[in-house]
Write a protein that binds this ligand. Structure first.
Ligand code: SF4
Ligand code: SF4
Length: 308
C-alpha cells in the first residue's frame, strides 16, 4: 500500500492535490482513500491531506502515521511541531520539500534517515505572502515519484477534480502539474510501498486516565476573555500587519475592537499588535480609516515593526 501525506497551508491546494492524486491512482486501477485534515479554520493555517492507494481493498482507517511519501508545499511548516510534517518518517520515507534550499541543506538541518528531494520553487513564487496555489504541481510531483501514474491518468484526475473550473484554469493547472511530473522524471518510482499493517500490531495510545472529580474541580474555568495565551496563532501568519504610527490617528476603538483575536492592545491611545497571537487575517488592514496598517510579507518583516 502507498501512504502519502501532503502538508501545506490553508489556501495552497493540498486538499485538491490529494484529490487529484487519488483520482489519478483510481484511474490506474487502485483502490484509494483520500481525505484532508484541517486544524484551524483559516487561510494560512497548517493543514494536511492524505492518500492511501492499494491494489486490494483498503481496511486501514484514520490519518497516516507511517508515510511512504511526504510532500511539503511550504517549508516554513517543517519547524512547527504542531504541523506534524515529520511525524512518523523513517528511512523508507521520501520527503519532497518545495523549497529554495537544496536537498543537502535540508539533510543537514533535519538530520533524518528519510530520503529528501527538493521541488524547486519558481522565481515568481518567492513571495509566500500570496500563498500561491501549488496543489496541481504537488500532485504531479507525487504522481511521478510513485511511478505508477501515467501522464494520461494524472490529466484525467486533474480534469475530474477541477471540473467546476473553466477550460483555461484546467489547462493552466495541467501544464503546471505535468511540468512538475516531468521535472522528477529521474526519480520516477522512487517511493516504495509500505508494509501492510495487521490489526494485531495495533498499539493503543498512551491513555491518560483522568480521575473523576467534582465539576467544581474538573470543569474548566475561564478567567479572561480573548485568545488563549498558550495558543500561538502567530505561527499561521503569512502576512504581517505593520502599524505606521506616524499615520495612525488614534481611533483605537476601531482596530482594537474589530481584531477577531484581540491581538491589538492600546496604551496611551497607541495601538500595538501582539505578534504571538495575531493570525494575519488582515481585518485591521481593511478597517483602518487612514490606511495606517500595512500588510507585509511575513518573511520580509520578521522582527521588524515599522513599515519599509
Ligand atoms: S484603526 Fe488605524 S488609525 Fe485607528 S488606531 Fe488603529 S491603526 Fe491607528
Ligand atoms: S491581522 Fe490584524 S485583525 Fe487580524 S489578528 Fe492580526 S492584528 Fe488582529
Amino acid at each position: 500500500m502507498y501512504r502519502i501525506r501532503f502538508h501545506g497551508r490553508g489556501g495552497q491546494g493540498m486538499k485538491t492535490a490529494s484529490r487529484i492524486l487519488g483520482s489519478a491512482l483510481f484511474a490506474e486501477g487502485f483502490e484509494v482513500q483520500d481525505a484532508p485534515r484541517y486544524g484551524a479554520e483559516r487561510r494560512g493555517a497548517p493543514i494536511f491531506a492524505y492518500v492511501r492507494a492499494d491494489r486490494t481493498p483498503i481496511n486501514e482507517r484514520g490519518i497516516i502515521r507511517r508515510p511512504d511519501l511526504v510532500v511539503v508545499a511550504d517549508d516554513t511548516l517543517i519547524p512547527i511541531p504542531a504541523a506534524g510534517v515529520l511525524a512518523g518518517i523513517d528511512a523508507q520515507t521520501l520527503l519532497l520539500i518545495r523549497s529554495q534550499e537544496t536537498a543537502d541543506t535540508w539533510r543537514t538541518r533535519l538530520n533524518t534517515a528519510a530520503q529528501i528531494l527538493v521541488l524547486p520553487m519558481d522565481g515568481d513564487l518567492m513571495d509566500r505572502a500570496g500563498l500561491p496555489y501549488v496543489g496541481a504541481a504537488c500532485a504531479g510531483a507525487a504522481a511521478r515519484l510513485l511511478g505508477v501514474v501515467s501522464q494520461a491518468a494524472l490529466a484525467q484526475g486533474l480534469n475530474e477534480e477541477l471540473a467546476m473550473h473553466d477550460e483555461s484554469v484546467r489547462q493552466r493547472n495541467l501544464q503546471t502539474s505535468l511540468a512538475a511530473y516531468q521535472m522528477l522524471e529521474d526519480e520516477a518510482g522512487r517511493v516504495r510501498e509500505g508494509p501492510e499493517v495487521d490489526a494485531a500490531d495495533y498499539v493503543s495510545p498512551d491513555w491518560v486516565n483522568l480521575p473523576f472529580d467534582h465539576a467544581r474541580v474538573a470543569a474548566p474555568v475561564i478567567h479572561a476573555a480573548l485568545t488563549s495565551q498558550s495558543v500561538k496563532t502567530g505561527l499561521w501568519r503569512t502576512l504581517r500587519p505593520v502599524i505606521d504610527h506616524a499615520r495612525c490617528n488614534r481611533c483605537w476603538w476601531i482596530c482594537s475592537s474589530l481584531c477577531p483575536d484581540g491581538a491589538i492592545s492600546i496604551a496611551d491611545g497607541q495601538p500595538s499588535i501582539d505578534y504571538d497571537h495575531c493570525k494575519g487575517c488582515m481585518v485591521c488592514v481593511a478597517v483602518c480609516p487612514p490606511h495606517a496598517i500595512e500588510a507585509q510579507a511575513e518573511r520580509a518583516t520578521a522582527g521588524r515593526e515599522t513599515p519599509r
